[in-house]
Design a protein around this ligand. Structure first.
Ligand SMILES: [Zn+2]
Length: 140
């Protein structure tokens, strides 16, 4: 069984860093569970909303720069935020692509122990912070 991204998921990849979008499009081809892209690039208003709701903890999210996506299992016509096993399948598919092409992408759960749906471009802090480079147009 091979899955495809829905139009809604594809539309969420617009404005996302091409390396990250590529990884998602490769991962959907050999994942054991279907998944969707629930968040790609985010507006500052949307970020504020998520912080107020407690779903995000930062106003400097990689989502604001198109450097992150959230991938959630799609089972029987619903997003399943509670299905840890399904998230692990997404992780397996993503990690396979990441290591195959040696992509600089990290998972939120690996980074800070929560936020399983979250995948972001690896970045440095300080002067070489990928978010600042993106703002300056030094990376695509
Ligand atoms: Zn996220």
């Amino acid at each position: 069984m091979s899955y495809r991204l829905s139009k809604r998921s594809l539309s969420k990849l617009v404005g996302v860093h091409p390396v990250l979008a590529f990884a998602v499009m490769e991962a959907i081809k050999d994942t054991k569970v279907d998944f969707g892209v629930t968040e790609g690039i985010r507006t500052i208003q949307r970020q504020r909303e998520l912080v107020e709701l407690g779903y995000s903890k930062t106003m400097n999210s990689y989502h604001l720069y198109g450097l992150a996506v959230d991938l959630v299992p799609w089972i029987d016509g619903n997003f399943r935020w509670d299905n840890k096993k399904a998230f692990k399948e997404i992780e397996t598919a993503m990690n396979r692509v990441i290591s195959k092409y040696n992509l600089p992408i990290q998972n939120g759960f690996r980074l800070w122990g929560w936020d399983r749906p979250h995948w972001q471009m690896s970045g440095y802090r300080g002067k070489y912070d990928i978010r600042k480079l993106k703002t300056k147009g030094l990376i695509c």
